[in-house]
Ligand binder design. Sequence first.
Ligand code: HEC
Ligand code: HEC
Length: 214
Amino acid sequence: MKKLLQMSFVLAALLGAFAAQAQDAKAGEKKISNCIGCHGIPGYQASFPEIHKVPMLAGQNAKYIVSALKSYAKGDRKHPTMHGQAATLSDQDMADIAAFYEQQAQVPAVPEVPAEAPAHVAELLKKGACVSCHGSNFSKPIDASYPKLAGQFPDYLTVALKAYKTEGNPLVGRSNAIMAGQVKQFSPAELKTLAAYIGSLPGELRTVPQSKFR
Ligand code: HEC
Ligand code: HEC
């Protein structure tokens, strides 16, 4: 009997752990009041480290959103504003918020046809093997912890790509090893060309206008 009781305690603990990891989009909707001032205003501009549009989150992979938030919280992504935002979130908050944004994808999903790129862009894409991870339409990465990129704001993509290349700056930089290896082989002008092309593709990302007074 004692053994059985112990077992049921273990089971209950396990179930509790699973429940804690479950994503709850409805709960997430109530946790984004600090985010909508930037991510809920279509075309909203940020000015650091240069003027660019705040990235679209609606439709992004939930696993990637959580991974990005953890990187900001830990300082692997140094961006000061997002570090401050992410550091206040619990793992459960991150999971719920990510689930909320993921289910706002554009429908219908973009077709899986390989995107036709102009020759000078195709050369850069080939050199970086970008589609091998991000998918031929840049909307279907090989892993949900990788970002959807198609249609994302080109000025944001440029800032993001340059950040993977930035070293030794206390306020700017991303330490992701995979992307650091990628961007090394390109000049800033080439990164801008890549960002312009990827941002021009049809995608599932968008900014859903959100008001605090719903
Ligand atoms: C003051 C404006 C501002 C606020 C408030 C804000 N963000 Fe951000 N967010 C940004 C900017 C600017 C970036 C781009 C940062 C960079 O260059 O890495 C960003 C990036 C992100 C990213 C990474 C997107 C990607 O494609 O990698 C996520 C995820 C994110 N924010 C989620 C949130 C969440 C969740 C909240 C609320 C808890 C929030 N943000 C609040 C401005 C803001
Ligand atoms: C081996 C797999 C791999 C390859 C190849 C790759 N990427 Fe990535 N990419 C990733 C991963 C993983 C991330 C998320 C990194 C992070 O957490 O910051 C990422 C992130 C990005 C981001 C940041 C998106 C955002 O929302 O902040 C951009 C832009 C990007 N990649 C563009 C490219 C381009 C352009 C190429 C080709 C030159 C490329 N990637 C090649 C795996 C890859």
